[in-house]
Design a protein around this ligand. Structure first.
Ligand SMILES: [Zn+2]
Length: 157
């Protein structure tokens, strides 16, 4: 069990695009650290990505209303013409800051689980929002950086 320090903006690891995980790699220690750190967070976060705890790899977890997911090498496909705004906060950003972000209300997420079996699910509502927020982290985007005002700028590596 390892509760890790959550990196805060402007830590440069949060701006970096995370590495794809090589298929079959044992990432159980990273997933365990993510779960331990998220469940210990006093701010009751609903998701946490690996770079937020110091691993620059494409893994994040979601823990929302009893739904617990681990997503490795995720790919997100927008499935809605609606891009509503909603105030978002982030465990890597000062708790007093909430930023309105526009995102598609429905998505398909393709990813691998910890068992390296491929998964493909449709998500909508708040769950879709959490997944997109965490996926942004893997691309080096935070709510106070390039994601501000809901404008997704192209990010060069
Ligand atoms: Zn965040």
């Amino acid at each position: 069990m390892a509760i890790r320090e959550i990196r805060m903006v402007p830590d440069p690891i949060l701006d970096r695009v995370c590495e794809e995980v090589i298929h079959g790699t044992d990432v159980s220690h990273i997933v365990k650290d993510l779960k331990d750190t998220l469940s210990a967070s006093v701010r009751k976060g609903v998701g946490l990505s690996a770079n937020q705890i110091g691993y620059s790899v494409r893994i994040f977890i979601v823990d929302y209303k009893g739904q617990k997911l681990t997503l490795i090498n995720p790919r997100i496909v927008p499935k809605s013409a609606k891009y509503p705004f909603m105030e978002e906060s982030c465990l890597s950003v000062d708790p007093s800051i909430e930023v309105p972000i526009s995102r598609p209300s429905r998505i398909i997420a393709e990813y691998y689980g910890e068992d390296w079996l491929p998964r493909r699910f449709k998500f909508d509502g708040f769950m879709a929002r959490i997944i997109q927020h965490e996926n942004d982290h893997l691309n080096g985007l935070t709510i106070t950086g390039d994601r501000r005002d809901g404008i997704q700028k192209s990010k060069s590596k």
